[in-house]
Ligand binder design. Structure first.
Ligand SMILES: [Zn+2]
Length: 250
């Protein structure tokens, strides 16, 4: 058996954080399971302790490969293992606590940066409630997108009144949503755009019916045309009857 060099606590923590304290083989999370560090390229085959070669694994997934069964061990060895496990579980909980605190502080910091932009641009600041929503949105979409979205909303809706701040708070998360999908999924983003345009123009819009009727042959090339039809339709029936006449026949 190849001699293992022990992995430092700092590296262990970095690997666990990178993998969100989740076993990369089976998806089990700490503290439900004890996590260990596994070498992707085994030490026996020349694998080293660099962070790229390390991965978070639960005990079962990791030990399944290399270790003796518990029943093969002496009673002393068993109780030593159990004590170790207890200590390991405690370490794990400490690490998770530290990790969550860091994450929490990161989101606090990020949201106060966005708030600072609002103050600089308008002189107003986010309400407690709006800050809570902002933090959730940063978790979902990332800080950069939230900053972009805020600038866009200020640009579009700010008119020196406090009332327009409410509108900005109301709109910029939707803008962030669109920015996020435009970056990650342009087709989906364009469908959302069409949906929003149509919902503004027609009297009895229904999201479920919209997606149920939306043609599966749609691609990004159709976007401008669909938008034009959406702007000119006063009902969902009208919209779908026009676009469904135009199934591409190639
Ligand atoms: Zn596992």
């Amino acid at each position: 058996m190849a001699k293992r060099k022990s992995i430092s606590q700092t590296i262990r923590f970095e690997v666990f954080k990178r993998d969100s304290f989740t076993c990369q083989y089976c998806g089990a999370k700490a503290p439900d399971v004890i996590l260990e560090i596994d070498h992707i390229n085994p030490v026996a085959k020349g694998g080293d302790n660099s962070i790229e070669n390390l991965v978070t694994s639960c005990k079962d997934c990791n030990r399944g490969k290399s270790d003796k069964k518990l029943s093969d061990m002496s009673e002393i060895e068993k109780s030593r293992r159990q004590l170790e496990e207890l200590q390991e579980r405690k370490n794990m909980i400490d690490m998770i606590f530290q990790w969550k605190t860091t994450l929490h502080n990161q989101y606090d910091e990020a949201s106060s940066r966005v708030n600072q932009i609002l103050i600089e641009e308008t002189g107003y600041s986010f309400s407690k409630f709006a800050q809570k929503k902002l933090k959730q949105s940063i978790k979902k979409f990332g800080l950069d997108i939230m900053i972009d979205a805020l600038y866009i909303a200020i640009d579009q809706y700010y008119d020196n009144t406090e009332g327009s701040i409410d509108i900005i708070c109301d709109k910029y998360i939707g803008i962030a949503y669109n920015l996020f999908y435009r970056e990650n999924d342009p087709v989906k983003a364009s469908i959302i755009y069409i949906r929003n345009t149509l919902s503004k123009n027609c009297t009895s819009f229904n999201t479920k019916a919209f997606y149920a009727n939306f043609p599966d042959w749609y691609d990004i090339e159709c976007k401008e045309h669909f938008l034009e039809v959406a702007r000119g339709s006063s009902s969902m029936e009208e919209f779908f009857s026009i676009i469904k006449e135009e199934v591409p026949n190639d």
